[in-house]
Design a protein around this ligand. Structure first.
Ligand code: AMP
Ligand code: ZN
Length: 114
């Protein structure tokens, strides 16, 4: 997807504040953090949203979740805890149309979310 912001980041066309990268994914700091620590994890392949993830992509889904765990450990907030969020579609509040997992930490999270 040539016009997708996160694809451009995954292809190193736009610089990111990198936290973690592998063959299949990239994790970088959110430009507008909603918590003291706010990391986004994206697959390198373009998947529009969780709603577009397909049977056969179970490994990718699991890899993204394990990357959230790895980011939490690497960044030092695994013990205190953190929140993972995937916004999907209009009502879910998704603004960037490339699947991403938010990892938020560094403060006590509220529930229910806004
Ligand atoms: P969502 O609303 O779930 O689609 O989240 C999109 C996230 O991408 C927001 O938290 C934005 O702050 C973040 N974002 C948008 N542009 C950039 C960028 N250039 N670098 C890092 N994060 C970004
Ligand atoms: Zn994309």
């Amino acid at each position: 997807m040539t016009d997708c912001l996160f694809c451009k980041m995954a292809n190193n066309e736009i610089p990111v504040d990198l936290v973690l990268e592998t063959e299949h994914l990239m994790a970088f700091r959110d430009i507008n953090p909603q918590a003291p620590q706010h990391v986004l994890i994206i697959p390198r392949v373009h998947v529009r949203s969780l709603e577009d993830l397909e049977p056969g992509q179970e490994d990718l889904a699991g890899t993204l979740l394990l990357a959230a765990q790895q980011v939490a450990r690497q960044e030092g907030f695994a013990d205190r805890g953190y929140r993972t969020v995937i916004n999907s579609g209009h009502d879910g509040g998704q603004e960037v149309q490339h699947l991403h997992v938010h990892v938020l930490a560094g403060r006590r999270m509220q529930w229910p979310p806004g």
